[in-house]
Write a protein of this length. Structure first.
Length: 224
């Protein structure tokens, strides 16, 4: 099993609840499945560029004109995306670790998503065939922490909605969410209890992920 872990939190682990969720998740996953091949991408070490006009032309113009030839500048604009897409397309599971900031994902995570969700990189698209995935990811695990508390389907939660719908577009419908809510001690007296429950949930989700069947027969059935 190949797992790509993308983290968007600048804090050290001892100060970051979302990173502590990741530690619990991967601790259990590797305990159960020691052969896991894990690739870590820290977006504060490998910062993505913002989506540019040159990247847009490089990835979308060939969709509308099969004879389109990229300029050198456009080719250069795909450098970051190409590197990240190689990791993405080689993964069976994607794990995203982040805090909720202003009700949504951190800017570096949004920039990373914009870089990889491009035609010709993680999916093909045409009028005849629609969207066809170029990856093999079966599941996404979202590990998130927030100062506030958000009930299911809370309209203020733009974070999980964006993750879910962005990746559903390229055929990934299995999204597991572990959320450490109520982490602002100014407003909540049960911060540690909330964190402990989320850490326990992270380990439980790891158990589920460890059971994913990646045999050729199972992969073929899933693709049908």
């Amino acid at each position: 099993m190949n797992v790509l872990h993308v983290c968007a939190n600048p804090k050290p682990t001892e100060e970051s609840v979302s990173k502590q969720l990741a530690a619990a998740f991967f601790g259990k996953l590797i305990e159960l499945k020691p052969e896991v091949e894990l690739v870590n991408v820290d977006l504060y070490d490998e910062k993505p560029p913002f989506y540019s006009y040159e990247l847009y032309r490089a990835v979308w113009n060939p969709v509308f004109d099969e004879n389109y030839e990229r300029s050198k500048v456009e080719e250069m604009a795909t450098n970051y995306a190409t590197k990240q897409v190689e990791l993405f397309n080689n993964a069976d599971v994607l794990v995203l670790t982040m805090p909720m900031w202003n009700y949504g994902v951190p800017a570096v995570m949004k920039a990373w998503i914009d870089q990889i969700l491009c035609p010709g990189l993680t999916f093909d698209i045409s009028k005849q065939d629609g969207v066809k995935p170029l990856h093999k990811i079966k599941s996404i695990v979202l590990l998130v922490a927030s100062g506030g508390v958000y009930k299911e389907d809370d309209e203020r939660d733009a974070l999980s909605r964006q993750i879910r719908h962005s990746f559903e577009f390229i055929g990934i419908e299995d999204l597991e969410i572990v959320w450490a809510e109520g982490q602002n001690p100014l407003f909540f007296d049960n911060v540690e209890e909330n964190k402990a429950l989320a850490i326990e949930a992270a380990a439980e989700i790891a158990e589920d992920i460890a059971e994913i069947d990646l045999t050729p027969a199972a992969v073929e059935v899933a693709a049908e």
